[in-house]
Design a protein around this ligand. Structure first.
Ligand code: BG6
Length: 522
């Protein structure tokens, strides 16, 4: 295998990207402004709000993407007033970078706070009264977006509290509920959560976020496939040898052990982000680019997943857990020494999985999913590896080993699509060398700016567009696929024999067995 990260020879392709929309149409960066609304952030004093949601609100405001009649209402147990929350938001924006003083001065008067105990009906009644007052004072026109940036244990209680206070009703404007993963921790709990959410909210009101879907290159998969005629004829078992989707991270578990110990990489990354990447590569063209049509096609992919064969668990699933290491020269502890992690924890922080989509298009083509923490580089990538040439004319030069073409979609770092191919090296002798034709969307788009994933999902929630959000049937199908795998892995761990858990050094590429499964990744 070539050294990970080593790029074959690149040559500059004579292609460019025309940033102007065809016919000089409307801006590609921003949709029309959403209707006035109150954005209510539950868990407003927490980590997710500080790192992701508040910076996204500020960035959207800077770009003029938010409605004129906007109120941002933080809600949490912390006993703050409006000014405390504004000071907190200001600190969060400074910490996140990109703070724009004048923009913040204009936004701050639209930021409010309401202390709320999620178990207290009186608290929700007070919230309802506050929202009514904001309709009059801030012009939010009865539209409400409730963002549950709380621990998942609070979701059902918060949804019930909202419903009991009449806040799920769409009498005067919309009422939408935004839920972050995890959507349950197995099939049964996912169903139970859904029942709780639907006591008061209808499916069209529930927005289940997967921030991977809002990444530019991830969105681009469907456009690449279905807005170009050249890929689809090749996009099947006849020409594709394998598909790999990888999300490798350099970060460790950080301060999230309380959550991660109960989740592990399969619940944290596979049940959601990795399954979405798989579906975008594997799905059939939808009849229209709308939420239901796109999500119907994804659901069909999940329905076609071959149930995991327990007898092949050791061959088709590699689990790992990071040990100590020195990524970038600085020593870091192993997972079991991270704060809040049990010293004998069997929670996997790495997984590589081989799975199969049993339908006409993909029969016999392995799909590999890989994700892990504390790996050498942050790399999020999809590789479609095509079949090798059926007969080699160049056997005398290269032997039988002519590298297959690969289409690589880089999601991080960069935002690029590359095609690897064989090319002739200049010279009198016939020498072949792998070459990569790479198109970098970010470089070509400069100086225009893409929306960050959380900016995009917030805007879509305000606009009521569910295309990039999970639908419950797909959530259940994915849990239906993964739950037996989890149960089997956890049975091993519970018996105190995490035999299938491979150790790997922090800062490495993960267990060798995992990398063997995904050789086409680099
Ligand atoms: C989150 C997971 O959903 O995605 C985290 O909970 C993970 O554990 C993160 O680090 C990765 O997202 P990204 O966008 O950095 O690849």
């Amino acid at each position: 295998m070539p050294a990970p990260g080593a790029a074959p020879t690149d040559f500059a392709p004579p292609i460019s990207f025309d940033p102007a929309p065809p016919g000089g149409g409307p801006s590609c960066l921003l949709p029309p402004r959403p209707s006035p609304c109150a954005l209510v952030i539950f868990g407003a004093s927490g980590d997710l709000a500080a790192r992701m949601i508040l910076p996204a609100v500020h960035a959207l405001h800077r770009h003029g993407a938010l409605p004129q009649g906007l109120a941002v209402l933080g809600a949490a147990r912390t006993p703050w007033g409006d000014e405390d929350f504004r000071a907190h938001m200001r600190r969060a924006l400074e910490a996140a970078g990109g703070m724009d003083g004048p923009a913040w001065e204009a936004l701050a008067p639209r930021v409010f706070y309401q202390p709320l105990d999620y178990a207290d009906p009186a608290g929700f009644a007070a919230l309802a009264a506050r929202l009514d007052a904001l309709d009059a004072g801030a012009g939010t026109e009865g539209n409400r977006l409730f963002y549950l940036a709380t621990p998942p244990t609070v979701y059902a209680e918060a949804a019930r509290g909202l419903g009991a206070a009449g806040l799920a009703r769409e009498a005067r404007g919309f009422s939408r509920l935004v839920v972050e993963k995890p959507f349950g921790r197995d099939l049964d709990s996912a169903r139970a959560l859904d029942v709780a959410l639907h006591e008061h909210f209808a499916e069209h009101q529930v927005f289940r976020i997967d921030h991977y879907l809002a990444k530019e290159t991830v969105q681009n998969i469907l456009l690449l496939r279905f807005a170009n005629a050249i890929f689809e004829p090749l996009w099947n078992r006849r020409y594709v040898a394998s598909v790999t989707c990888a999300a490798m991270e350099t970060l460790g578990v950080g301060h999230r052990a309380g959550y991660y110990e109960r989740s592990g990489v399969l619940r944290d990354m596979f049940q959601n982000h990795m399954m979405q990447l798989l579906a975008l590569v594997a799905m059939e063209p939808p009849p229209a680019f709308d939420a239901e049509a796109v999500r119907d096609e994804k659901a069909k992919v999940y329905r076609a997943l071959r149930p995991f064969d327990p007898a092949r668990l050791a061959d088709d699933l590699v689990l790992g857990q990071y040990g100590p290491g020195t990524p970038g020269g600085a020593p870091v502890p192993g997972y079991r020494r991270e704060p809040g992690v049990a010293p004998d924890s069997a929670t996997p922080t790495f997984a590589a999985m081989r799975l199969w989509v049993d339908n006409w298009r993909w029969q016999g083509v392995p799909f590999h999913l890989l994700s892990g923490k504390r790996l050498r580089e942050k790399l999020t990538r999809i590789v479609v590896r095509f079949r090798e040439v059926p007969h080699s004319l160049f056997r005398h030069i290269l032997g039988e080993d002519i590298g297959a073409n690969r289409l690589i979609l880089d999601i991080h770092p960069g935002n690029a699509v590359s095609l690897t191919m064989q090319a002739k090296l200049p010279g009198a002798r016939l020498c072949l060398q792998p070459a990569t034709m790479r198109f970098d969307f970010d470089a070509a788009r400069a100086p225009a700016r893409a929306l960050d994933a959380y900016e995009k999902v917030l805007l879509d929630c305000m606009l009521g567009d569910q295309t990039l959000f999970w639908r419950q049937d797909a959530v259940e199908q994915c849990w239906g696929f993964l739950t037996p795998v989890l149960e089997r892995c956890e049975a091993c761990g519970a018996q105190g024999s995490p035999a299938e858990l491979h150790g790997y050094a922090a800062g490495s590429w993960g267990p060798a067995a995992g990398l063997e499964m995904v050789q086409e990744l680099f």
